[in-house]
Design a protein around this ligand. Sequence first.
Ligand code: NAP
Length: 236
Amino acid sequence: MTRIALITGANKGIGYEIARLLAGQGVTTIVGARDEERGRAAAERLGQPYVRLDVTDEESVAAAAKWIDGEHGRLDILINNAGIAGDLNALVPSTVTAAAIREVYETNVFGVVTVTNAMLPLLRRSESGRIVNMSSELGSLAMAMDREGPLWEANFLPYNSSKSALNMITVCYAKELMDTPIKVNAANPGYCATDLNGHSGHRTAEQGAAIAVRLATLDGDGPTGAYLEDAGSLRW
Ligand code: NAP
């Protein structure tokens, strides 16, 4: 049976590459994007369906779930990929505002919960539901406090804490769903050249997509509640 996947923020960057790689494996890959023109253009390039979905807009998420239900009746893979960075130059703790944090959390934290809860009834109908949350090594508390490590200087309160929250959200869902076939994991794509960081990353978006694809296609004895990158587990 053909697997059905939904990827949020799939019109560009890592999300687009995840969609391309999954479609290449014969998965029906629904391109979720908030902008209709950009979303449809990406979906057309991939030869895959498009659904409008703004993760901060509950109505659009509910409408997307309804559309997937009508078209496919279930969902096998959900990739919570949509994410924003905020202004990484202006967000050190002593000058950050609650509004700036809230803006990042609306997408990276609350959006993930909105989308996941809307899609869970569809994922429960799958024989092997997989949820992948696109986290970041910047969400790792252990790495943040490693003075000798590469992330010591990257002290961006809104983004980093949003990904730490996403890590705990991943664990919370994994625990609730432990006795179901659904696996929930957090992926670190590594530092990839995309619009998110002005293309400063040293990896390609395709390289960043690989771990999400691996977690989306885990077999039944794969992990759940894990925080993984290409090389293996990360320290929380
Ligand atoms: P990107 O190129 O900026 O793409 C982000 C995607 O998210 C775009 O499709 C964007 O849509 C979409 N998006 C943003 N807000 C949305 C919303 N409210 N509703 C629906 N879609 C929304 O960034 P990326 O680097 O590919 O990032 C993808 C994920 O990987 C993010 O969660 C990011 O935090 C994570 N990540 C990236 C890196 C990296 O080095 N690039 C490292 C670690 C983790 P629009 O085109 O409409 O803006």
